[in-house]
Write a protein of this length. Sequence first.
Length: 278
Amino acid sequence: MKVIPWDSLQTEAGLDDIAEICRGKAGLALTIGGFDGPHIGHSVLFDAVLTAARAGNLASGVVTFTRSPSLRKRGHLYPGDVSTLKLRLDAFRSRGFDCAVLIDFSTDFGKMSGGVFFEILVKTARMKYLAVGPDFRCGHRLDTGTPEISEISRREAFRFDSIRQVELDGERVSSSAVRNAVQTADFALAERLLGHPFLLDFNAPVWTDVDGSYEASAGSFTQILPPVGRYRVVASTANGSGDKAVFEVADSVVRLTAAGNGPLPDMRGIATIDFRLS
């Protein structure tokens, strides 16, 4: 999967990347969003894009942000991300997307109208299909939603689908719902919402080996943490193997300890801390 910075899209290097991705294809099928999780609601969008790509001889891609836009809106009130950028990119890659366009939400980007945003995607990213959720809005002061995108799609000649909202037990599936589940240590609900166990990116904070346990500052995590307590987890490696462990959250420190008498895997080999149910 090719990762393309938004700022490079209108440069020669960015255009070359798009040309390479779309070689032998009619253009790009895209979805746009923060995709913090990603959760089962996002999976419906991903399925729509990948299906459209196969049917229309299109390459497939995701347009997303380096950090959740909610951080910018809520500042110190923002409780944390569900996933890191690395975990999101890994998820896109595992679904089979050809590219991910990364937006670093700068002040200049925030001033861009939705119309200009989509014009860039059509002219430089060769967008031929777009799927977003029903409440999607973008652009300066959120000036562009699904009615405006429908009009733009007719003018710019790309197919557009507004995909249904996904619910679980009558409740809207969202990244906020996942955060609430993790913050209340309801990992069963978090797994149902995500479609996979809640994961912490082990390599995001800096860990220290303290007498065979690994410790890190709680403040060094950009991801949401469960409440103070001890939790059974799996320390997983990049190849999918793992060892049972205990994850302890204190007021200012988190600690990873082996669950049995054996040692933890070498910290250089751990990829994620998995809050698996079994």
